[in-house]
Design a protein around this ligand. Sequence first.
Ligand SMILES: [Zn+2]
Length: 365
Amino acid sequence: MANIIISPAKYVQGKGELANIAQYATKLGKKPFILISESGKKRVGGIIEDSFKETGCELVFEAFHGECSKNEINRLVAIVKEKGCDMVIGVGGGKIFDTAKAVAYYVNSPVIVCPTIAATDAPCSALTVVYTDDGVFEEYLWLPANPNLVLVDTDIIAKAPARLLVSGMGDALATYFEAKACQASNATSCAGGHITIAAITLAKVCYQTLIEEGVKAKLAVEADVCTTAVEKVIEANTLLSGMGFESGGLAGAHAIHNGLTCIKECHHLYHGEKVAFGTLTQLVLENADEDLLDEVITFCMDVGLPTTFADLGIENPDKDALMEAATLAASPDDTLGNEPFEVTPEKVYAAMVAADALGRYYKGF
Ligand SMILES: [Zn+2]
């Protein structure tokens, strides 16, 4: 099998960059279809309109209905065709740009992704996660290409709540360890091949960036400013983790995240918050050395990512519920099989309980 890496055709990140969107977009089409939430349009719609002012492009704004479902994708595809738009722009969070990517695929047009938060590593990928109208996971839609452009305005992302950036750090925390597991087991990545030196290097730098800049970035965003540390963490969460997971592969952390979704106490958590605990559990499964565990747990505590069951909202851990989550995580359809050793639900359960014990030890209770 070949070594494969894939990426967006172009990645642009900087303060105030959304104001330059027309400069990039007019190279791809003349009539953009812009998918955005009502509140997103109020916040940044004017910046987009001003950018296109002198271009002669006609903009078609459409409000997102809230779920990346087949019905919503079909509704939007029909509007794009009816209005004769030749490019799709998704502005907002994960579900908006996943929908924009799918719509562009079905109408065979270029797509631009403009994240207004850095809460996951989804913007750069050639993947859309499709849900039912009620928000239940339905399927992965693997797209033939990554976005033509990912445009990241760091001023806008820095203004979003700090918890979203921290959640993005939780998602990015897993990337290097999952890529390393896939490399050790010779697993196939989401890009459809084995890992390149490039992808494992991006994943490693992603982790190093979080450790070096994460706390500084969190404090800056809480103080309502965008600093160099914030910019570095936005790149780690979005580009480094995005390319790292897609061309590096997923393993324990995301499988354990998926297992945790069956525990109702965890439903209030963001994706990256559960992935952070999944990462800690994966490291326990792999029997990582104490120095590494110390670095990861200290990082999580410093930025406010969960390290214990109590942090996840599970006040009274119930063995049956945890076993159910462990069994779901170890399902053959998920990515725990990408760990370089045999993993059973019992081992996952033990690792989750031991991860919680470590987290409590560090917190002093
Ligand atoms: Zn993720």
